[in-house]
Design a protein around this ligand. Structure first.
Ligand SMILES: Cc1ncc(COP(=O)(O)O)c(C=O)c1O
Length: 385
């Protein structure tokens, strides 16, 4: 295994493996000509894989207008159309576009403060919301937080599943927002039970608190419905999106309920690049493709197949403690560190991720075929033997 950090790039990422030069569907081509099966999708970004025809067409069409960027001082159609599409398909009345998942969560915190007139934020153990000063404060990774403190104050991380503590910490007078991932990603791929989300909804209603669902990783088709919240029957006040939204271009979004929308004033928030015509046109093609009922149905059936297959694997490999997931987002929790097995899979041509120290995470492109998944799982089965 080669660990290299290109000298001129700030060394915050320990890059591993080969240099990739091209991608095609669910496969990556390395400089030396070898091919890899990609079960990482650029960390849950490339929902449509590499070179999807709908995305290529949207890029060509958007390029032909010459409007890569305009600024949010003027009207342009792509962002307005995309916002209409997202509101038509969700609970939201309005959408704010930005450039990343962390930025979407920072925006959601500001909108929640504006709506409630309160300050504090409650987040959960195992949660990951980004690396900026507020989103990092809400992220349950003390090792990421400690070197950069003080972060945003008034952020409380409480144990997921501990109702009594949550009832004590969510405060009628101070708490502006509760933020949760309906399926935790970085924290180890943990679907949060619907009754827990329902409990948070009731508590937030009772105490005048905004409920934010961070669907940056689990949203936009990943769990088999366009939004993960749809499967819980619980409707939040704000949803944050990013990863797959721009089909690989940097884009985030905050979806706001009618009540939250009504509280936000012109000038309350801004970002120069947010929802520019080029990224919005490409994102619109991605959302339209993913939202097709047949596309989502296929994610569900492929996901069920994968879940069954991973349970079979777990039954025969004693290193495996548990498999968890939903749709095409799965974690294989081991009794030991995951990294050596991830490296061994890569050496056998299969790319997978970690989620915390002991979980192997599979977030393949949503277009993946069961034959490709079978190839990936059998390599994992071998390396876990
Ligand atoms: C659930 C969740 N929220 C927020 C983020 C942060 O997104 P970004 O890296 O685009 O800032 C991530 C990134 O992994 C995430 O998984």
């Amino acid at each position: 295994m080669s660990i290299s950090t290109a000298a001129a790039l700030l060394g915050v990422y320990p890059r591993v493996g080969p240099t990739f030069v091209a991608g095609d569907g669910c496969e990556l081509l390395a400089e030396d000509g070898s091919r890899y099966l990609d079960l990482t999708a650029g960390i849950a970004v490339n929902a449509l894989g590499f070179g999807h025809p709908a995305i290529r067409a949207a890029i060509e069409e958007a390029l032909a207008t010459g409007l890569i960027h305009l600024s949010n001082l003027f009207h342009s159609q792509p962002g307005e159309r995309l916002a209409e599409e997202l509101t038509a398909r969700s609970f939201a009345s309005a959408v704010f576009f930005c450039n990343s998942g962390a930025e979407a969560n920072e925006g959601a915190f500001k909108f929640a403060r504006r709506w409630t007139g309160k300050t504090d934020i409650v987040a959960f153990t195992g949660g990951f919301h980004g690396r900026l000063f507020a989103s990092l404060a809400a992220t349950d990774r003390p090792d990421f937080r400690r070197p950069f403190e003080p972060l945003l104050g008034g952020v409380h991380i409480v144990p997921l599943g501990d109702r009594a503590t949550v009832e004590r910490v969510v405060d009628r007078h101070r708490t502006a927002a509760v933020i949760i991932e309906p399926v935790q990603g970085e924290g180890g791929v943990r679907p949060v039970p619907a009754d827990w989300l329902g409990f948070l909804r009731e508590l937030c209603d009772d105490r005048g608190v905004a409920l934010i669902f961070d669907e940056v990783q689990c949203g936009l088709g990943r769990t088999g419905t366009l939004f993960a919240y749809e499967q819980s029957g619980v409707v939040p006040d704000l949803v944050t999106l990013a990863k797959p939204l721009g089909a690989g271009l940097p884009m985030g979004a905050v979806l706001l309920s009618g009540d939250v929308t009504a509280a936000v004033e012109p000038g309350d928030h801004a970002t120069t690049f947010g929802g520019g015509p080029f990224v919005a046109a490409v994102a619109h093609a991605a959302v339209r493709t993913i939202a097709e009922p047949a596309f989502l149905a296929r994610v569900r059936t492929t996901g069920e197949w994968l879940g069954e297959r991973l349970r079979l694997l777990a039954g025969t490999r004693s290193r495996v403690r548990e498999v968890r997931g939903r749709g095409l987002m799965w974690g294989i929790e081991l009794h030991e560190p995951a990294t050596p097995f991830i490296s061994a899979a890569r050496e056998r041509g299969v790319l997978v991720l970690s989620a915390g120290a002991t979980v192997i995470r599979l977030v393949p492109p949503l277009i993946i075929a069961t034959e490709q998944l079978e190839r990936g799982v059998s390599v994992l089965e071998d390396v876990l033997a």
